[in-house]
Design a binder for this molecule. Sequence first.
Ligand code: ATP
Ligand code: MG
Length: 178
Amino acid sequence: MYIKKVVIEGFKSYREEISTEPFSPKVNVVVGANGSGKSNFFHAIRFVLSDMFQNLRSEDRGALLHEGAGHSVVSAFVEIVFDNSDNRIPVDKDEVRLRRTVASKKDEYYLDGKHVSKTEVMNLLESAGFSRSNPYYVVQQGKIASLTLMKDSERLDLLKEIGGETSCEWTFIHALLT
Ligand code: ATP
Ligand code: MG
């Protein structure tokens, strides 16, 4: 399983719909000038995959919606298209689309176009090997530095978690450029 494509519309700096070219199952590099939206792109991925953005308050949702002079949006979505040819996501399909939408009053999930609950999504992701509370597969800006500064015992705990039951062969997203 790997992320094949990401589609974003109205989210943070992405006003108009953008769709990435199909990603490689190996390494993909996101490059761009300062302020061009690299961090927002990874934020968009985490918005769909981690439970860090649950129980959003209205102002949190507002901050995720694109805001610009004369062209603010009232809703946004991020869709992640997975290559699921190894059936790691327990759905009998080679391709799975997971979309999360956000508007000022609510945010919702859709699996292959069908409305699903947050609990269903989190359970599905967990059974596919995603750690819901500690998305170590996204290495955020500054995290590498903090890894080097950790106490040995903390580093060991982290390694145990990665190597343990929540382990997955998931493509590590090296967000070092974000
Ligand atoms: P750097 O190389 O400096 O890390 P970056 O490519 O990671 O830059 P981002 O942080 O993703 O850039 O994008 C920053 C831009 O996104 C800023 O110009 C900021 O104004 C814009 N931005 C953030 N939130 C919104 C929003 N809700 N509406 C419109 N623009 C937004
Ligand atoms: Mg950045």
